[in-house]
Design a protein around this ligand. Sequence first.
Ligand SMILES: Cc1ncc(COP(=O)(O)O)c(C=O)c1O
Length: 385
Amino acid sequence: MIKQYLLSPGPTAVPERVLLRMAQPMIHHRTPQFSAIFAETKQMLEEVFQTKNDALMLASSGSGAMEASVVNLCSPGDTIIYVNGGKFGERWGKIAAKHGVRAVEIKVEWGSAVSVDAVAAALADHPEAKGVFVQASETSTTTEHPIREIAALTAKMDGCVTVVDAITALGVIDMPMDDWGLDVVISGSQKAFMLPPGLAMIACSEKYWKLAESASCSTFYFDLATERKSQMKGKDTTAWTPAASLIIGLNEVLKMMREEGMAALYARHALLAKATRAGLTALGMKLVSSAPATSATGAFVPEGVDGAAFVKYLRDTMGVTFAGGQDHLKGKIVRVAHLGYYDLFDIITAISAIEIALDRFGAEVTMGAGVAAAQRVLADRFDKV
Ligand SMILES: Cc1ncc(COP(=O)(O)O)c(C=O)c1O
């Protein structure tokens, strides 16, 4: 037997009580029973978004909500600005191109955070831009961008909003939507929300809804105004058939988050990230990011080690699934996730597995060095007795 550990930045492991909740017999979604669950879930979800706006649930993966955020704001020929510092930033440009929206790219070196000055300069060059599109956490490079500062820039402009892909940030870091003036926040089920893939979440500010009134890009399924009418308080249903099992699972997840408390949840994620960075650097591995994310940590494998084979070996021979690199980082890095249903000893498993794999791949490694460094950070979680 090889016990399997899913330590990738999505999908993430689903807690046992959530699995059990989702295994209940199916109920019909056009019923008071489902609407009661829907209403409760939506209210708890809005607490995690930290917003008074509606947090809408869409039956799609996160990319569906990314596309929805573009098409509901823009008309063909409009301009947007987007931060491209990795695989997911790049996606904004691809979505815009499909809909005839002109996308002005701010290219950022992979592993770096965008500079706020670069965003300010792009806005000065393109005052006609309808929005700045950015990742809170760029998962491909495990980097956090300064979303709060970017939102402060667009807050001064009447016709421009900040749209944040928080697919690996919401439920990981404290990012109060309303307080920070984030106009759109997007998330997905298979990350910090500890669910299987298939549910996207999106909340939009009044400023966004106002601008959306004149948008004419075409979409049928992702018409957010239609969704808002259905999902608003008192209606408590979705426009189309919802991902009912995932919404029921989300209800349980949000109860778990409430029980833990959001401050404790953010502190847990921050500690796990710190321990992972300490463990990997103690093994001599260089971090990919100069603004490392709280959701996952990428590190370069040592010279001479084939990163793709390394990640495959960890998964297929050792039973530990991490993510590798994408595009030009393919074969060069390993990404260790620490978001969602993760606790201290998952990090020990992760670092220990990497130590053993490094040794098997012939790299120079002092067994236990990474684990010890991680343990020293993690021990802070417990009071001395
Ligand atoms: C930051 C970020 N944006 C977008 C996506 C795409 O989401 P999905 O795969 O759910 O469509 C991901 C998925 O890994 C992500 O991490």
